[in-house]
Write a protein that binds this ligand. Structure first.
Ligand code: 5GP
Length: 117
């Protein structure tokens, strides 16, 4: 596995070098809208601490990130009047990861639109 690269897109978003629509921020975590949403309300939740993905993440960072994932899931379910919420997280290219800063996808889902994982 490659080392964490501080020039990845999400690191640049954290530093404010690339614009994003932030919907939540605390001392350890940021959530912002996905620029190419799989469905309306697609939010990405990322820790501020740099790790490539879950494989090299500090468990203490994960412990702070997951409650925010839950908070965002509850919020998007209500805001988008969803029937459910899809939470996804990919590690390394073979698993579909394209941006190499740990992130969680939180996507409201409706029974009327089929799930496309
Ligand atoms: P992955 O496939 O790595 O799990 O997902 C990366 C996600 O980042 C994709 O859903 C993609 O649309 C999103 N993304 C890529 N570049 C940008 C960007 O510059 N801004 C935002 N907000 N999202 C991005």
């Amino acid at each position: 596995m490659s080392a964490y690269d501080t020039n990845n897109i999400f690191a640049k978003i954290l530093r404010g070098e690339i614009p994003s629509t932030r919907v939540y921020e605390d001392a350890d975590t940021v959530a912002f809208m996905d620029v190419m949403p799989q469905a309306p309300g697609h939010v990405l939740v990322i820790p501020k601490a740099g790790s490539r993905n879950i494989l090299d993440a500090d468990p203490a960072v994960l412990a702070k990130t997951i409650p925010v994932v839950q908070k965002i899931a509850v919020a998007v379910k209500e805001a988008f009047e969803a029937d459910g919420v899809y939470v996804a997280q990919f590690n390394e290219p073979a698993a579909g990861q394209t941006v190499f800063h740990l992130h969680f996808h939180v996507i409201p889902r409706h029974e009327s639109s089929p799930l496309k994982p």
